[in-house]
Design a protein. Sequence first.
Length: 235
Amino acid sequence: MTALNMPCTAVYATDSTKIGYGQGTAVDSANRPVDAVAFNQKYLELGAYALTNDSTRIIITFDQGYENGYTSQILDTLKEKNVSAIFFLTGDYAKKEDALVRRMIDEGHTLGNHGMTHASIPELSEKGVWEEINSLHEYVLDKYGYEMQYFRCPCGEYSEKALETVRHCGYRTVFWSYAYVDWIADKQPEPTESLKKLTDSAHSGEILLLHSVSATNAQILGQLIDNLRAKGFTV
């Protein structure tokens, strides 16, 4: 993908209705959330997906809105377990956390674009979506020499028109097929229960969303990776 140097054009989707994504609770025979499966079926042609087609692999992703002191521990665990993750950065994070971002790159992780200001993209104009994505794209390219290609909608909010705009910006939009309430820093879930929940929810093609602000996630990540591998998945 080349650097984004002009506003997006040729947007064909016209439905600008704001939609809030969620994986739902119902699952199919492969333990995949049916809402994630339906999302893929509907929006793959717009370059957006909530599952991958790799039935053996689980992809771990983190949303990086701000630093809460746990990312270094998470990176230590990923390095120990030889796991590559995707870290979706906001502009604030990319500007403030130089050492951690450079470590992510140096240790083989993928950087994703979570928007310069974490704005809700269905509430923006086409030009606004382009500016939200491109300003962070160019910043990370200039500062870190890294070219991002994956976008995650802030708060999981999207519209068909916004997804099409993202696609014409040269990005693929990555949602998730499993997430749990892990982002409230002062109300962390119980580690044993969380580990069981994440392990039991494992499924083919899973894109797992975690937040690095979570003390619980930092504590259980190594065991979670071991559990997923014990179930036969590549992580």
